[in-house]
Design a protein around this ligand. Sequence first.
Ligand SMILES: Cc1ncc(COP(=O)(O)O)c(C=O)c1O
Length: 352
Amino acid sequence: MSATVNRKFVDLFSDTMTRPSPGMRKAMADAEVGDEQRGEDPTTNLLQERVAALLGKEAAMFLPSGTMCNQIAVAVQCRSGDEFISTDNSHLLTFEGAGCAAIAGAQGRAVTHRNGIFDGAAVHAAVRDPAMRHTPRTRMVAIEQTMNLGGGAVWTMAQIDDVAKTAKAHQLRLHMDGARLPNAVVASGVSAAKMCAAFDSTWLDLSKGLGCPIGGVLAGSKDFIAEAWLWKHRIGGALRQSGILSAAGLYALDNNWNRLAEDHANAQRFAALAGNIKGIELMHPKTETNLVFLDVSGTGMSAKAISEAALKHGVRIGAMGPARLRAVTHLDVSAADIETAAKALQVAVSGI
Ligand SMILES: Cc1ncc(COP(=O)(O)O)c(C=O)c1O
């Protein structure tokens, strides 16, 4: 389904802009349901089993949002006063309303990185000395796969192994924010289970590239998920007939996973076209997945002004800072839409 079917513009604002397709809506309408809180929703149970197997974990839990997956994982892994290692541009530290501080009582420590990707040496340097009485206890390392504000960069297995080895040497726990894990899997050809093997907690988002209206699935050991259930209830994420939502997730795993390769090809094409517009530079020369960041300082216009002008010409593209635009491809954007969007951006920048 193309974005132009029901929208007056090509929507590159985010991969959260997808609407459930007719097939997904039918699967939702036909779902068998029960009370999730009592473990009696067969569709949610099935989704949890499938995602646990996919991510190579003992158990999994359906949650209404990716933020809740992150926040519950941090709350289970960290005690109040603990510190976890992350980056200044991670979703955990940037966008979740200081949830780690507010809910778990944990603080993030940002390490140096390149496109949100860091190495074992950075982890080693950031770990607090347990002998010190006045520093926090380092408890966990969190990575984001793919790295949103890093231009959709994919952590390679060598990079994951390096960080995981150092984390384990310091007895730290490992968490993966898998909002775009399916994109990383499709782009790299590495299985999700292999990518997640070293992590105590991981999740995948259903409402981004996979095109569901809502949901994420958090996975880990049986003990981790048992503890996560306490938090699910505590913060109001325990649902009732969630099978209606889980059915969308099952449909997405079967129908919307492999097609992510199209989104990556579309992003590469958009990057090539947008990068040729005078005054626009690609912020990440390699477009690995579905995110394209553009530096528009050379145009003499602000990102906001370009974004507003582009919308009038038929493309919605997000302004992420004074001179930065972000374009995201997804299943409601076709290859033809990409050509339309690039032309609209060109016109917006030329001020015609
Ligand atoms: C990397 C990353 N993590 C977590 C989230 C949170 O997901 P949700 O919007 O479903 O809460 C997002 C959302 O954009 C994200 O990009």
